[in-house]
Write a protein that binds this ligand. Structure first.
Ligand SMILES: *Cc1c(COP(=O)(O)O)cnc(C)c1O
Length: 830
C-alpha cells in the first residue's frame, strides 16, 4: 500500500503538511465530499468546477475524520485548523487523481478492456462481465462511472487478484479521451456505435468519432461494427499495429465476422447466422429489439475471438439478462421504502448503493438485505470486514444476510451491525419473511444475480392498484442544473417544494435538493415545513403563509415565515417577545395584488421594524410577478421590477443592513436575466415544464403518470359506454379498454368524451364516455396490438403536460399537483 507521504512523488505535488499518523496509507479516493465511506485511509481530492469548489469542504471532512487531503489552494490557516491532517499541494487536482490512477493501472499486469461509443457502453460492459464471469475475476466500472472522475475511481479498484479489467469511457468535449486513455491503458477496445449524444460539444460527428477513437490508439485489438461508417473511418486513422476485429451485416464490406439476422419463432429472440474464420454457426440471441441485438453481437464477437466453443457461447448467451440501468425506490408495505438494487453485488457497487441508502430521508431504521459479495478480489475475511465497516459507516441498523460465504463471517458482521440475521439462501429468507417484521424502514435490497433478489423486492411491494407516478430524479437534477447554468455565480437558488413538491413528493425531492446544495426551500404552510424537518432536511426553509397559531412550530423547527401584512407582523412580534423567532421574509406587493406590503405601507412598516431590531431580523424581501411567463405583460413586469428595486432599497436603507432580494419564478428566470438579483425562486421548471415557452426541449419531463389496462371489450356497432351512456354509440364495432385510473386518482373529469388521450404501446387512444371515480375507458380500435395488462401513459414521455393542460383549459401546474396521494410514487435514478 502506498504511504501518504509517498503520494507527493506520484502525483507529483508538494507535501505541505505531513499527516500526524506517518503510517497512513492511500486506500480510498474521495472526490465528492458528500460520499465519505470509511474515513481512515481516505484521501480527499479537492476539485474546482464552475459551480463548486471542493476546498470549501475540507474543514467539514476533517471533522468527519478524513485526514488526508490533496488540493490546489491550501492557505496556512486551513492547515493550522486541521493539525492532524496531511496535505499535498498540486497544480491541478483532476490531473493528480488521473496520474495516480494511471500509475495504479501500470502496476496491473493482466489485460484491460475499454468500451466507448454513444450508446450501449454500460450494457456491453455488464454483459461482457456476465459472459466471462465463469472464467475470469473481473474488475469493472460501477454502473456508468465513465467520466473524467469516474474512470480514475473505477481503475483504482483494480487489485492483483483480478484477471481482467473492463472499463467504460465517455466524453463530452474534445481533449478528454486522451486523458482517459492514459488512465485505462486498454489492451482491447470495443467501440459500440456513434449517435447524437453530446454532439453539441464537437464540431462534427466525424470529429467526435476521431476523438473517441483516441481511447484505442494503444490497443492490440479493436472490435467494432463496420456498418457504422463514421466509426470505420475513424478506425482507419489508428496505427497499423492495431488489429481490427470487425463485424458486419453486409457481406460486401469484408468484415471478419459476417452476421445475418432472422426473426425467431419466439418473439423475444433473434437468430444470428454468424460466419467467423470460415465456419458457420447459428446462435439464438435472447433479445429482439435492435439496440440489444447490436450490443449482444459485440459481445458475441469478443467471445468468438477468445476461442470459446459455439455450444458454450450459446449456453452463456441464454443466461444473459437485461441490465437494470437505474436504481429504483419503491413504496412498500407498512410505510417502508425499498431501494431496489438487485443488479450486481461487488464492493464498489455496494458502497454506491449504501451511499444512496444513506441519502434517503430519515424515516425510521435503515435495513440492508445483502447477499454474498462477489468478485472483490479480496480474501473473504478482509472482504466481509470491509462490508461490516461500510454498513456501520452508512448507518445500517439491521442486516439480513443471505449466502454461505457471508454466513461464515457472522462474527465480523454482527460486530458492525448489532441486529444481524443470517440465511443460507434466498428461499430461507422468503420463508422467514412476514410483513409484520418491517415497519417504516428504508430497505436496501442488494444481491448478486444468482440470488434472485427480485423475489425479495416483490415480497415487499404492496398490492397496489395499477396506477403509479414515476418521478425521474435524474431528470429533476438535469432541470436543476439547466436553471443553475443560467444564473450568475453567487446568485442563490430557492426551490419551491410546496404542494407535495408539485405532486412529486416533498421529502424525496427536498432531500435530493439538499444533496445538490440549493440555498433555500419554500413551502406554503407550516406543517409542510415541519414534515421536511422531521424527515431530516436541514436547509433553510421559507414558509409562505404560516398561520399565527403555528409560530411556536416555526421556532421549534427553524422555519422562516413570509410576513405580508401588519396584522401578521404584529402577531409575530408579540410571539417574539417570548423568545427569539426565526428571521422573516417580507413580501412586497408590486402589482400581483395577492399578498404583501404596498409602497405606501413602507414608512409605517420600517418604523415598526426599527423598534424591534434586536428581536427581529429580516432575511429577505421578495415580490412576485403577475405575468412573468407572457410577452404581452412585459411592460407591466418591468414596472413591477422597477417598483421592487425602489421598495427593496427603501427597506434596506430603513433597516440599515442588506437583505436578500428576489423576484423571479421559473419563467421569470428565463425571461428577465437582468432581474435575478440575489436569489431566484424555481418552481415548475424543476418539474420539467418550461412555462416561458422559450426552450421547451431544454428540460426533461420528470413525472410519468401511468396506469394499466384492466380489461378490453369488443363492442358491436350501436353500443354505448359508461355512465349516462355518454360514450355515444358508433356505427362500427369498437375495441374499448378500461383503465385503472379515475378522477379520485386526480385524472380530471374534463378529459371525458374524447377530450383526453392516453398512450398505449406508443400510440394515442382517445377517452370514451365519462371519466369515473376509479376508472375510465379509451378506444383502442386503432391499436389492435393493445392487450389487457398493458401500461397506459396518462402523462409524461410522449404525452406532454402542456398539451394536455390546454385541452381542458388549465395549466400544467394543476395537472401535476392534482395527482392524488393514493397514487404510489416510484423514484427513479441511474
Ligand atoms: C410557486 C411560487 C413560485 C414558483 O413559481 P413557478 O412558476 O412554479 O416557477 C415562485 N414564487 C412564489 C411566491 C410562488 O408562490
Amino acid at each position: 500500500m502506498l504511504l501518504f507521504t509517498e503520494l507527493s512523488a506520484v502525483l507529483p505535488g508538494i507535501l505541505r503538511q505531513p499527516a500526524a499518523d506517518a503510517t497512513a496509507t492511500v486506500q480510498h479516493l474521495l472526490l465528492d465530499s458528500r460520499r465519505v465511506g470509511v474515513p481512515a485511509g481516505t484521501v480527499f481530492f479537492a476539485l474546482r468546477g464552475p459551480h463548486h469548489d471542493g476546498h470549501q469542504y475540507i474543514p467539514e471532512l476533517y471533522r468527519r475524520g478524513v485526514r488526508l487531503f490533496v488540493g490546489e489552494v491550501l492557505p496556512p490557516a486551513l492547515l493550522a485548523a486541521c493539525p492532524e491532517a496531511g496535505f499535498i499541494e498540486v497544480a491541478n487536482s483532476l490531473n493528480a487523481i488521473q496520474s495516480l490512477a494511471a500509475a495504479h493501472r501500470r502496476a496491473f499486469t493482466g489485460p484491460v478492456w475499454a468500451v466507448t461509443g454513444s450508446n450501449g457502453k454500460t450494457i456491453v460492459k455488464e454483459w461482457l462481465a456476465q459472459l466471462l464471469s465463469p472464467d475470469e475475476l473481473i474488475c469493472r466500472s460501477p454502473r456508468s462511472y465513465n467520466s473524467q472522475v469516474g474512470v480514475p475511481l473505477s481503475v483504482w479498484e483494480l487489485r492483483p487478484q483480478h484477471t481482467l479489467g473492463i472499463f467504460e469511457a465517455g466524453i463530452s468535449e474534445p481533449g478528454e479521451m486522451t486523458r482517459l486513455a492514459a488512465v485505462i491503458q486498454p489492451t482491447l477496445g470495443l467501440f459500440t456505435n456513434l449517435g447524437p449524444a453530446h454532439d453539441a460539444g464537437f464540431a462534427s460527428r466525424e470529429q467526435k468519432a476521431t476523438e473517441k477513437m483516441q481511447l484505442f490508439a494503444g490497443v492490440e485489438t479493436l472490435v467494432y461494427c463496420h456498418d457504422h461508417a463514421a466509426v470505420h473511418a475513424a478506425a482507419g486513422q489508428l496505427p497499423a499495429s492495431v488489429q481490427r476485429l470487425t463485424w458486419s451485416r453486409h457481406a460486401a464490406l469484408g468484415a471478419a465476422v459476417q452476421v445475418q439476422l432472422e426473426p425467431s419463432a419466439d418473439p423475444g429472440q433473434t437468430l444470428a447466422h454468424v460466419c467467423y474464420a470460415s465456419e458457420q454457426h447459428t446462435f439464438t440471441l435472447p433479445f429482439a429489439d435492435e439496440p440489444s441485438v447490436e450490443n449482444v453481437l459485440h459481445c458475441l464477437v469478443v467471445l468468438l475471438w477468445r476461442g470459446l466453443v459455439p455450444a458454450e457461447i450459446q449456453r452463456r448467451l441464454q443466461r444473459l439478462h437485461p441490465v437494470a440501468m437505474r436504481l429504483e425506490m419503491k413504496q412498500a408495505i407498512h410505510d417502508c421504502y425499498v431501494l431496489d438494487d438487485t443488479y450486481n453485488n461487488d464492493l464498489t457497487g455496494l458502497d454506491l448503493a449504501l451511499d444512496a441508502l444513506q441519502r434517503q430521508p430519515r424515516r425510521g431504521r435503515r435495513t440492508l438485505i445483502l447477499s454474498d459479495v462477489l468478485e472483490s478480489g479480496l480474501p473473504a475475511a478482509e472482504l466481509y470486514g470491509r462490508v461490516a465497516q461500510l454498513a456501520t459507516q452508512h448507518g445500517v441498523q439491521r442486516l439480513l444476510a443471505v449466502g454461505e460465504a457471508i454466513g461464515q463471517h457472522q462474527a465480523l458482521l454482527s460486530a458492525g451491525v448489532a441486529d444481524a440475521q443470517f440465511f443460507p439462501d434466498t428461499e430461507s429468507l422468503l420463508r422467514w419473511f412476514h410483513p409484520d417484521q418491517f415497519r417504516q424502514e428504508t430497505i436496501l435490497v442488494k444481491g448478486a444475480r444468482r440470488f434472485e433478489f427480485e423475489r425479495v423486492v416483490a415480497a415487499f411491494q404492496q398490492k397496489i392498484h395499477g396506477t403509479v407516478l414515476e418521478v425521474n430524479l435524474d431528470a429533476l437534477v438535469h432541470n436543476l442544473n439547466y436553471y443553475r447554468a443560467r444564473l450568475q455565480p453567487g446568485t442563490r437558488l430557492m426551490v419551491m417544494v410546496k404542494a407535495f413538491a408539485y405532486g412529486s413528493s416533498s421529502y424525496e425531492v427536498a432531500n435530493l435538493l439538499e444533496f445538490h446544495r440549493v440555498d433555500y426551500l419554500a413551502v406554503a404552510y407550516t406543517d409542510e415545513g415541519v414534515q421536511l424537518r422531521e424527515s431530516g432536511i436541514s436547509l433553510p426553509v421559507m414558509v409562505m403563509n404560516p398561520s399565527p397559531d403555528s409560530f411556536g412550530l416555526l421556532r421549534q423547527y427553524h422555519l422562516e415565515p413570509e410576513i405580508y401584512s401588519f396584522a401578521r407582523l404584529r402577531e409575530y412580534l408579540q410571539a417574539a417577545a417570548a423568545g427569539p423567532l426565526p428571521a422573516v421574509h417580507l413580501k412586497l406587493d408590486t402589482g400581483m395584488h395577492r399578498l404583501g406590503f404596498t409602497e405606501t405601507d413602507l414608512p409605517e412598516l420600517l418604523a415598526l421594524l426599527r423598534q424591534h431590531t434586536t428581536s427581529l431580523r429580516v432575511a429577505s424581501v421578495l415580490t412576485h410577478l403577475a405575468g412573468a411567463d407572457e410577452e404581452q405583460h412585459n411592460a407591466f413586469s418591468h414596472r413591477q421590477l422597477a417598483a421592487f428595486q425602489r421598495m427593496a432599497a427603501e427597506v434596506e436603507a430603513g433597516l440599515g443592513y442588506a437583505v436578500i432580494k428576489h423576484a423571479l419564478n421559473s419563467p421569470g428566470i428565463m425571461r428577465f436575466p437582468e432581474a435575478h438579483y440575489d436569489m431566484v425562486r424555481l418552481g415548475i421548471g424543476l418539474y420539467g415544464v418550461e412555462a416561458a415557452g422559450l426552450d421547451p426541449a431544454g428540460l426533461r419531463p420528470v413525472s410519468n403518470l401511468r396506469t394499466t389496462v384492466s380489461q378490453i371489450k369488443q363492442l358491436p356497432a350501436g353500443e354505448t359506454v359508461g355512465y349516462g351512456r355518454r360514450g355515444e354509440a358508433a356505427d362500427y364495432p369498437r375495441r374499448i379498454a378500461t383503465l385503472a385510473i379515475g378522477y379520485a386518482d386526480g385524472y380530471d373529469r374534463r378529459f371525458s368524451r374524447g377530450v383526453g388521450e392516453v398512450l398505449i404501446r406508443g400510440r394515442r387512444a382517445p377517452l370514451v364516455g365519462n371519466v369515473c371515480m376509479d376508472m375510465c375507458m379509451v378506444d383502442v380500435t386503432q391499436i389492435p396490438e393493445a392487450q389487457e395488462g398493458d401500461a397506459a401513459v396518462v402523462f409524461g414521455e410522449g404525452l406532454g403536460l402542456t398539451e394536455l393542460a390546454s385541452r381542458i383549459g388549465t395549466i400544467p401546474y394543476e395537472l401535476l399537483t392534482s395527482v392524488s396521494e393514493r397514487v404510489k410514487r416510484v423514484f427513479i435514478s441511474e
